[in-house]
Design a protein around this ligand. Structure first.
Ligand code: GAR
Length: 221
């Protein structure tokens, strides 16, 4: 049944670089006819490669360079102003490599979503693939979660896993994880757009009343 315009979820995607997750989200939103629209892509640097692709898709873009702002708070205030012009239902961090202030995070409480390249709560922060190799875990992956003021923490919406293989380099492992990221993030945002995600009183996510499914990436048994 066609959705009325009022049920179309407005999405704003934040990027810092190549934007392959942003592309996966835009394509899935369009090709799967989600009740959602990507209203804008906003980058934390003007040379973010993903901006050009978004422009070619006819999506509004903007870039704010953190070095143009005197403080993290000033950058986040300007960023929120740019985002709020589009009145988003959800703000999606897709390789957005800035630590956000608590004020910014709280402003979007329940509407701010991130993808992180590890099976959280393992390996928050940077260099997750090297961390995985250094600790000898056999399973690695990615997590889509609601953002809280604690870095790389918050209710988990979906996870995807891949095996760590003998002879893996951080780059090889990153590529295997990225492929499953491109499955997990669109699925999670589709669930959100379709209104199927609920947060329980103990801050766990349910999708259609069940724990979210686990995605198996390439090489997973
Ligand atoms: C992705 O692997 C994403 O999970 C990661 O950056 C990459 C961005 O790639 N995000 C983080 O590390 C956030 N802490 P992309 O620009 O091609 O989507």
């Amino acid at each position: 049944m066609p959705q009325s315009p009022s049920s179309t979820r407005r999405l704003v995607i934040l990027i810092s670089g190549r934007g392959s997750n942003m592309q996966a989200l835009v394509r899935a939103c369009r090709d799967e006819a989600w009740p959602a629209e990507v209203r804008a892509v906003v980058a934390s640097r003007p040379d973010a490669a993903g901006l050009q692709w978004a422009q070619e898709q006819g999506i509004a873009t903007a870039a704010l360079y953190h070095k143009d702002f005197p403080s993290r708070e000033a950058f986040d205030t300007a960023l929120a102003q740019e985002i709020d012009r589009h009145e988003p239902d959800y703000v999606l961090l897709a390789g957005f490599m800035r630590v956000l202030t608590p004020a910014f995070v709280n402003h979007y409480a329940g509407r701010l979503v991130n993808i992180h390249p590890s099976l959280l709560p393992m390996f928050p922060g940077l260099h997750t693939h090297a961390q995985a190799l250094a600790t000898g875990v056999r399973l690695h992956g990615c997590t889509v979660h609601f953002v809280t003021p604690v870095l790389d923490h918050g209710p988990i919406i979906a996870q995807g896993c891949v095996p760590v293989l003998a002879g893996d380099t951080p780059e090889a492992l990153a590529g295997r994880v990225l492929a499953v990221e491109h499955q997990v993030y669109p699925a999670a945002v589709r669930w959100l757009a379709q209104g199927r995600v609920r947060l329980t009183s103990d801050q766990r996510v349910e999708v259609d009343g069940e724990p979210p499914r686990l995605f198996m990436g390439a090489g997973a048994a």
